[in-house]
Design a protein around this ligand. Structure first.
Ligand code: NAD
Length: 491
């Protein structure tokens, strides 16, 4: 095994091309920071079009042999990878916390979700099977077979730098394709280690390649004629442009975007259980989740008890370095993101929402250079206010009231996003009505963060998703294969 280049504050990390860690030709690089300390952990290179070309070339060369490798043998590589990921779970979690900031238990949870994608993709010999029907006409048989298409790519965000790439590449390689991953430039280190483990598991050279970079690198991926399909996850503005651009270049594309998730609480719900679910949904991962709860809509008399519990619970959360076992909430990813969240809170106050708990500019002892935003709770948030409308991607709860399910859904539907939504009620009838009319893709009933497991599709609708086939689950098998129909007569 050739190990990944260790990160240093001066030397950029390497790309992974054709089974080797290589220095990209691009000379520019960006720092990778520990968000809790502000220390520079390494530098990420900004790959140029020739760097992307080299990775795609390696993937294209590896495709024929990998495609011809029996599905059960491809699955065995993934089984070995799963075992290695489990063996290195703790070490990977510490690396992830250091570069992302989330607390270690959240890092472990994220890695577990990544492992589950690999676990699901291990079922490829059955997942990839086609259908057959004899005698579609006398003496004529028909079958569908699923075939891989060639080189796929994924462009992924900073908030789940382990799990999100694994929504894609394990399925793509399980189905016999080869792959180019462009991780987030903000926290690419833990996945470098995972690539080493994939190599140790026996993934042949060229099957999985990594190119680091930012917008310029993405453009080169979207325009490369040998890439047949692109999976994207990130903010909606970029998702919609990647979707349009990749489609215009003739590629398959699935593009998952941002979110503004509502949580609706009925007076018949168990308030203690609801507030626990709301607190973890809003403040988990410091609000940097596409499934984060953002707007809490309380129906009628649920309002006061829910408001009071949320404020009390949020005020008790301890902010700190994610490596500190006493911390409940880590920093946000960068100084600029902390400023962005602070600006949102300023605007909420200016636009007339009431701040019940103010997380602006907190200090965390021992970490003067960390990117901190404390838990924040707004009351009286109207759907047209910036904090009621836009994705904040930080630890901010916005409270609103409604008189009925219809009122609550009007607030939901005034928003352009459609990723996830939750309802809390003990009435089956209300829950059914809600599910029927919500019009949002990932629906929770008495559950906060609605994260579908690997064997179900993950993705939103409306302004949160561009495409039709979602990430992971059976949709991934559909996305990474073409159904070919064979009609035969042997007379
Ligand atoms: P981002 O859009 O800034 O970046 C995502 C990826 O796109 C990165 O790899 C980045 O290098 C690249 N990129 C950035 N700007 C680009 C541009 N102008 N042109 C081409 N490529 C560009 O997103 P982020 O800040 O890394 O991640 C947070 C966002 O991701 C949030 O909006 C969040 O909701 C969303 N997200 C969505 C899901 C989902 O399942 N829908 C999951 C996770 C995160």
């Amino acid at each position: 095994m050739t190990p990944s280049t260790p990160a240093t504050a001066k030397q950029p990390i390497a790309n992974y091309v054709g089974g080797r860690w290589v220095t990209p030709k691009g000379t520019e690089s960006l720092p990778i920071e520990d968000p809790a300390t502000g220390d520079v952990l390494g530098r990420v290179p900004l790959s140029t079009p020739p760097d992307v070309g080299a990775a795609v070339g390696a993937a294209k060369e590896a495709f024929p042999a990998w495609r011809a490798t029996p599905a059960i043998e491809r699955a065995r590589v993934l089984f070995r990878l799963k075992a290695l990921l489990e063996e290195h779970h703790d070490e990977l979690a510490v690396c992830l916390t250091r570069e992302h900031g989330k607390i270690v238990s959240e890092s472990k949870g994220e890695i577990q979700r990544g492992i589950e994608s690999v676990e699901h993709a291990c079922g490829i010999p059955t997942l990839m099977m086609g259908d057959t029907l004899e005698d579609i006409a006398p003496g004529i048989d028909c079958e569908t077979i699923r075939q891989p298409l060639g080189v796929f790519a994924a462009i992924t965000p900073y908030n789940f730098p382990v799990m999100i790439p694994m929504w894609f590449w394990p399925y793509a390689v399980a189905t016999g394709n080869t792959f180019v991953l462009k991780p987030s430039e903000q926290d690419p280190l833990t996945h470098q280690r995972i690539v080493d483990l994939a190599t140790e598991a026996g993934l042949p050279p060229g099957v999985l390649n990594v190119v680091h970079g930012d917008r310029q690198t993405v453009d080169a991926i979207l325009e490369h004629p040998d890439i047949v399909g692109v999976s994207f996850v990130g903010s909606s503005k970029v998702a919609s442009s990647v979707y349009a651009r990749a489609a215009a270049c003739g590629k398959r594309v699935q593009a998952l975007g941002g979110a503004k998730n509502h949580m609706i609480v009925f007076p018949d719900a168990d308030y203690d259980a609801v507030s626990e679910a709301v607190l973890s949904s809003v403040f988990g991962s410091t609000g940097q989740r596409c499934l984060a709860g953002s707007v809490i809509v309380a129906i009628g008399e649920a309002y006061v008890p829910i408001r009071d519990r949320i404020v009390e619970g949020a005020a008790a959360l301890r902010l700190g370095n994610g490596l500190d076992e006493h911390a409940d909430m880590g920093p946000v990813i960068s100084k600029s993101h902390a400023k962005r969240v602070h600006d949102f809170i300023d605007r909420g106050a200016t636009e007339g929402a009431t701040i019940l708990l103010d997380g602006r500019h907190p200090s965390v002892e021992g970490y003067p250079n960390g990117h901190w935003v404390g838990p924040t709770v707004f009351d009286g948030v109207e759907p047209q206010m910036t904090v009621g409308r836009d994705e904040i991607f930080g630890p901010v709860a916005s409270l609103n009231q409604a008189s009925s399910l219809d009122d609550a859904l009007a607030i939901v539907h005034a928003n352009r996003y459609g990723n996830a939504i939750s309802i809390f009620t003990t009435s089956g009838r209300t829950a059914r009505e809600f599910r029927y009319h919500a019009g949002i893709s990932m629906i929770g009933v008495n559950i906060g963060v609605v994260a579908p497991m690997a064997f179900f599709p993950f993705g939103g609708s409306r302004g949160s998703f561009y495409g039709d086939l979602k990430a992971q689950g059976r949709d991934a098998i559909e996305f990474y294969t073409d159904k070919r129909v064979v009609i035969s007569r042997w007379s």
